[in-house]
Design a binder for this molecule. Structure first.
Ligand SMILES: [Zn+2]
Length: 297
């Protein structure tokens, strides 16, 4: 009996020791994160850090750095400039939609990609298990390797194969591609369109003595009827402005408020000036509006 009591005490002491060790490792990880918040961190140090932190620690680091207006990639000394407020970005080069939520934390596509590459190499095992593991072989991305614009949102839809139909459970479990369905794609495209139109209209409504509140609901209802593709949502700013003005005229069909606002001589003059800036004749513009107004028979 005396022996088992002694054993019990020893086991408890071992447990306490393990707990202490675990807390020490967590404390060390937080200290490392603190060091990674310095303006610029040596590459060797960053490589060395990987074994002492978790991927979650690193994510915190990136976030903390970007809040401090520093590029999220610890080895980069650059300050972050004006941070874009939108969540999505269309690349005119690749015609793809990118989620830039994470990309916004970095000064460049390179730093974003390098940081992601580093993050993926941090071991996912708990800190106190790692003593028995060989340290990870970390390789940092080198300057000159291509960067990344952000998480690609629109992934190509996977074609259904015959075996998927025969074996539907298998295909549901298949984790290969996160399927972004066409509904989700459409929502993103709609959101981009509304965002672009709103940013143009915000500048236009003032001189017309309208407010965004006067037009938002009708505009949303109209945009909801559009059929989007990857290509027809990519326009230059002057083109978005023209689209916005045409749509505003279409809204006058359903909104007496907009109709009256567009009739005033000040509005007519303002819109004419705008058309001149866009390099259009008034008649061109009216033709364009008419094109939308008359249903194609
Ligand atoms: Zn950077």
């Amino acid at each position: 009996k005396a022996l088992t009591a002694e054993e019990e005490a020893r086991r408890r002491e071992e447990l306490k020791e393990k707990l202490r060790e675990k807390l020490e490792l967590e404390k060390r990880a937080l200290k490392v994160v603190e060091r990674l918040l310095d303006d610029s961190v040596a590459e060797d140090f960053l490589v060395d850090c990987a074994k002492m932190i978790t991927p979650a620690n690193y994510k915190d680091t990136v976030e903390e750095r970007s809040i401090a207006k520093l590029c999220g990639y610890p080895v980069c000394p650059n300050k972050l400039g004006k941070i874009p407020s939108q969540q999505y970005k269309i690349s005119t080069k690749t015609n793809k939609v990118y989620d830039i939520t994470e990309r916004k934390c970095f000064c460049s596509n390179f730093c974003y990609k390098a940081s992601k590459a580093f993050e993926l190499q941090i071991p996912k095992t708990p800190l106190w298990v790692r003593q028995h593991e060989s340290p990870p072989q970390i390789k940092l991305l080198k300057q000159g390797e291509r960067g990344s614009s952000g998480e690609e949102v629109m992934l190509s839809e996977r074609c259904l194969k015959e075996e998927d139909v025969e074996n539907p459970v298998e295909s549901i479990k298949d984790p290969v591609l996160p399927l972004v369905d066409s509904h989700a794609q459409n929502l993103i495209q709609k959101r981009i369109t509304v965002e672009k139109l709103s940013s143009c209209l915000r500048n236009i409504v003032g001189p017309l003595h309208l407010t965004m509140i006067d037009i938002t609901t009708d505009l949303n209802n109209l945009v909801r009827t559009f059929r989007f593709t990857n290509k027809n949502i990519i326009h230059k700013t002057p083109e978005w402005t023209l689209i916005a003005v045409v749509l505003l005229h279409l809204l006058s069909e359903v909104s007496p408020l907009v109709r009256e606002a567009l009739k005033t001589s000040a509005s007519v003059e303002y819109l004419n000036t705008l058309m001149v800036e866009l390099g259009l004749q008034e008649q061109d513009f009216l033709n364009l509006v008419q094109l939308f107004k008359s249903p194609a028979h």
